[in-house]
Design a protein. Structure first.
Ligand code: PEP
Ligand code: MG
Length: 562
């Protein structure tokens, strides 16, 4: 048995034989064209249009987020700037294949150099190039294999066009050697609830037919597993299926302590599914997605429309909207134009908003107007607004005071930086609530860039140093009677969710697909149990021992109650 490590998406576990994605097409050579520039141009035009139409058709078939991604790819194929680049190369007398290959490669370099969200779109562009070149050569585009039985798909990375139409009856799990947690493979796998591990560099060693266990919760692919391991994985998969079909009840511990279970959303369109999966409100609305694809900030009216949709979908429920969190992993050209050596430590989150205060004021205006409009229509939700990346008490006051100026009733801060966690008692004198972003809190506590594969091992919210900081915030919240939510990925880990509640979290927010597992897990323990399990984790030396200690404490709690 050997283990391959990567970043798990979701909590699923699956097993089966590997089938590898076909290798990409060999790169064209820059030999001169034998048919002339005009004929080559006609070939490119036909191929680009055919690929764009095919991507759109696939999008229509897939629907949802996948459709947006595929339509964006179709637009990439027909991008006029790219067309100019191709035409310029054809003018030099090369073949259509080479012109497409070389022009796309130059665009790819630009995206990769931009890094962050744009950098992760490079794989989308590569896929479009491969499809156009395959069309020019008259060969099928490289894609998902079809071995004739269910399989674990292993690939360097998956193009959105492939992920969108995966036959979920055949694909048991996905393992990619490239890509991070914000790649499209990860986003779409999360959306479709596919068991997936991304960024597992050693996955390149897996061979067709190898039997593997893919454990997304642990981020581990086990090759050559024993019968006992296969059995255990099977039982876990069955438990998950049972949790998914259990009745949807409000989040609560076994002793009746209520722990509202909320959704993390990036757009209002995700609301219906979140409600169906039992979200009791929204714990984190990431407003960046409204801003990411435009060259300038959306207008107040555009923002208001989106916030109104969101608030109306959660009528009578709590909706926590986060002010724009630009910078580092989510760079925005119009906000983060300064070149910074360490953007994660730079002008990001509330700092960037403060430096561009009109954007913050416009966002608060849009939120207040949306709140008033839905209330007037009798569909009011309970709007809470919070600032990202707050690192001082003074910043807390700045944000809360400004939110009040706009009539926002409940204004809080995200605790994502150790300084805010350590001073949580003072932060909470001013803020109405705190919401702990464990993704960034882990990054800053462990000094490990959350986007960097080489330090991914440090990015583990189970680390007792992170848990101690959560405990500080929990204790401060309890002392002043103010809510402390969790909205980082940690809340979606069923056992860690229990630990976080034991440390004082009063609500948990996560990707809606994780709600069922967390709901089922909370129901196994009372508050005393959760505190005991949390104590065990806190007393460990490192993340792995904290996880083991919590598992052992949880198992003994369950034995006692049997
Ligand atoms: C976090 O940092 O945990 C968080 C929820 O914010 P984001 O992942 O959007 O940075
Ligand atoms: Mg964050």
């Amino acid at each position: 048995m050997t283990q391959i490590h990567g970043v798990g998406i979701g909590l699923g576990v699956a097993q089966g034989p590997v089938a590898r994605m076909a290798a990409p097409l060999p790169a064209p050579t820059d030999e001169p064209s034998t048919i002339g520039a005009e004929a080559e141009t006609a070939r490119v035009r036909e191929a680009v249009a055919a690929v764009a139409r095919e991507l759109e058709a696939r999008g229509e078939q897939a629907g949802g987020t996948a459709q947006d991604v595929l339509e964006a790819q179709a637009m990439m194929a027909e991008d006029p700037a790219l067309d100019d680049e191709i035409t310029e190369r054809l003018g030099r007398g090369v073949t259509a294949e080479w012109a497409v290959y070389d022009a796309f490669a130059s665009f790819r370099d630009l995206l990769t150099a931009a890094g962050g969200y744009l950098g992760e779109r490079a794989a989308d562009l590569d896929d479009v190039a491969q499809r156009v070149i395959a069309r020019l050569r008259g060969v099928p585009a490289p894609g998902v294999p079809d071995p004739g039985h269910p399989f674990v798909l292993v690939a360097p990375d998956l193009a959105p066009a492939d992920t969108a139409l995966l036959d979920l009856g055949q694909v048991l799990a996905l393992v990619t050697s490239d890509g991070g947690p914000t790649s499209h493979t990860a986003i779409l796998a999360r959306q479709k609830g596919i068991v997936a591990i991304v960024g597992a560099a050693d996955a390149a060693e897996l061979r067709d037919g190898d039997i593997v266990i893919v454990d997304a919760a642990a981020g581990v692919v086990t090759t050559d597993p024993s019968a006992e391991e296969l059995d255990r994985a099977q039982r876990r998969a069955a438990d998950r299926a049972a949790a998914a079909s259990a009745p949807i009840t409000p989040g609560a511990l076994a002793d009746g302590t209520t722990i509202p279970l909320l959704a993390n959303l990036g757009n209002a369109e995700g609301a219906t599914e979140a409600v169906e999966l039992g979200a009791e409100g929204v714990g984190l609305f990431r407003t960046e997605f409204l801003f990411l694809s435009s060259a300038h900030a959306p207008t107040v009216a555009q923002q208001r429309e989106s916030y109104e949709k969101l608030l109306a979908a959660f009528r009578g429920k709590k909706v926590v909207v986060r002010a724009l969190d630009a910078g580092a992993d989510k760079p925005l050209a119009f906000l983060n134009d300064a070149h910074e050596e360490n953007p994660a430590l730079g002008l990001r989150g509330l700092r960037a908003l403060r430096a561009n205060e009109d954007i913050l004021r416009e966002q608060l205006t849009a939120l207040a107007e949306a709140d008033a409009a839905v209330s007037a229509a009798g569909k009011s939700a309970d709007l809470w607004v919070m600032a990202p990346m707050v690192s001082t008490v003074e910043e807390t006051r700045y944000f809360v005071d400004m939110a009040r100026e706009y009539g926002i009733r409940t204004a809080g801060v995200m605790v994502e930086v150790p300084s805010s966690a350590l001073l949580a008692d003072r932060v909470l004198r001013h803020a109405d609530f705190a919401s702990i972003g464990t993704n960034d809190l882990t990054q800053y506590t462990m000094a490990a860039d959350r986007l960097l594969g080489s330090v991914a091992g440090f990015q583990d919210p189970w680390h007792p140093a992170v848990l101690r900081l959560v405990a500080e915030v929990g204790a401060a919240g309890r002392a002043v009677g103010k809510p402390v939510g969790i909205c980082g990925e940690a809340a979606a880990d069923p056992l860690l969710a229990v630990v976080l509640v034991g440390l004082g979290a009063t609500s948990l927010s996560m990707a809606p697909t994780a709600l069922a597992d967390v709901r089922a897990s909370l129901l196994l323990y009372g508050l005393d149990d959760a505190q005991r399990i949390a104590e065990a984790a806190l007393a460990a030396d490192d993340a792995a021992s904290a996880r083991d200690a919590a598992r052992a404490a949880a198992a003994s709690t369950q034995k006692e109650t049997q």
